[in-house]
Design a protein around this ligand. Structure first.
Ligand SMILES: [Zn+2]
Length: 428
């Protein structure tokens, strides 16, 4: 049935009414989840809360899919299956927001007691899925098809989506025609960023053990210090993005964890690194992984690391990177790769191209520089209406998005920047 403009506007009004009617309940749910964060695959209380809320709305709910995952279906006649996905897990971070519903929770892990916080916003994602569920259930007369909602565990450690797929998500329930996933971020309030193609990067976490020979701090010559090797490796890894990745590509290599030793006068036996790699391109992702391995092996060799008799380099759950096993030289590496629904091109986002982006030109340009996913209607990065005048500092980084040029020329010759949608290379 074709909808007229009047029908569309009536539907929008009906949606707004339902959103407003739902808002208080969603906010309460959000605060409850925020106050009770749980680690990946430990989201027992959260998933129970969400499953109960979805059942109350009349959805056909299945719990325990892929661990703590929840699947809720609303079958509403003929039509496509649309899946909405929210994640549920929190992070081992201490909350210091001063909010009245701030988390004071902790959890016991292998590395001891850790504080917990919904610092990534998954409390918002999952409570918004329930909000959408409420609106769609109340407007059932206005649409037909199947709505499939999933509350996904363990997004932070990349295992949750795979666990749900392995538990037969698309076989036991339905195979969606469209999947909508979302992630909040600190950008412009009240706006939605979307673009055709990839929006969020694919992600791999590598855990690396660098082996040394422990000893007394007073006798370094009789030991092999893994702390020094690790320090060199961390520094050298910074060169991958700056020296080996083409400047027009977007790649991140972050060493988020570096742990070794117990006290000042003991050289430890080993050092542990955890490395996070993000990119938008399969071949480049492989290239970066290989560069990481090459650098760590070389630093281990340079630092006289003894080779362990056997060690494993393997990737798990990885359609993104070919699964393989290798013997590693002096470092043992394990990897896990994310399977994020958001990294697959989404038909809905292409369809949404005709909607308006509500950012103002100036703020949108700043957002586009920080978050390349924020695009205009053409799919190009948003930019300000005209070239931006540069600030007066005589030696500062070019303000153009991703332009690496250090400006050293006089004010007269560097009067304007290249527009953000141009290739990254500067025109000055
Ligand atoms: Zn997140």
């Amino acid at each position: 049935m074709m909808m007229t403009q009047t029908d569309m506007s009536d539907l929008k009004d009906a949606i707004v009414v339902q959103v407003e009617a739902t808002l208080e309940d969603v906010q309460t749910l959000y605060r409850q989840i925020h106050q009770h964060p749980e680690l990946p695959f430990e989201e027992h209380e959260t998933s129970k809360r969400l499953a109960t809320a979805l059942e109350t709305l009349g959805y056909e709910v299945t719990r325990g899919v892929g661990g703590t995952g929840v699947v809720a279906l609303l079958r509403n006649g003929e039509g496509p299956t649309v899946m909405l996905r929210g994640d549920m897990d929190a992070l081992p971070i201490k909350e210091d927001t001063g909010l009245e519903f701030a988390s004071t929770r902790t959890a016991e892990t292998e590395s001891g007691t850790v504080p917990l916080m919904h610092a990534c916003g998954h409390d918002l994602h999952s409570s918004c899925v329930v909000g959408a569920a409420a609106v769609m259930a109340r407007l059932k007369e206005q649409w037909s098809g199947t709505l499939m909602l999933i509350c996904q565990p363990a997004e932070e450690i990349f295992g949750g989506a795979k666990a749900m797929l392995d538990d037969g998500l698309y076989v036991r329930f339905a195979r969606p025609d469209v999947i909508l996933g979302q992630h909040n971020m600190p950008a412009l309030a009240g706006t939605i960023g979307h673009r055709p193609g990839s929006t969020m990067a694919a992600c791999t976490n590598l855990a690396v053990t660098i082996h040394g020979v422990g000893g007394h701090g007073s006798m370094p010559a009789q030991a092999v210090d893994p702390v020094v090797i690790a320090a060199h490796a961390v520094t050298r890894l910074q060169n991958i993005v700056s020296r080996e990745v083409p400047p027009e590509e977007t790649v991140v290599v972050t060493v988020g964890k570096l742990q070794a030793g117990t006290q000042a006068n003991i050289i430890p036996h080993s050092a542990e690194l955890e490395i996070n790699i993000r990119s938008f391109d399969n071949a480049l992702h492989r290239q970066v992984m290989e560069a990481i391995e090459r650098i760590i092996r070389a630093e281990c060799e340079a630092g006289r690391s003894p080779r362990p008799r056997s060690s494993a380099y393997s990737t798990r759950l990885s359609p993104y990177i070919t699964t393989r096993k290798r013997s590693s030289g002096c470092a043992g590496l394990t990897a896990s790769t994310s399977v994020r629904p958001t990294s697959t091109p989404c038909r809905a986002s292409t369809a949404a191209r005709t909607s308006r982006f509500s950012a103002t030109p100036r703020t949108a340009a700043s957002a586009a520089r920080i978050f390349p996913m924020f695009t205009g209607l053409s799919g190009r990065p948003l930019q300000s209406a005209g070239p931006r005048p540069l600030a007066s500092a005589s030696r500062r980084k070019c303000a153009t998005w991703r332009c690496p040029t250090r400006l050293t020329t006089s004010r007269a010759t560097r009067s304007r920047c290249a527009p953000a949608s141009r290739p990254w290379w500067p025109e000055h």
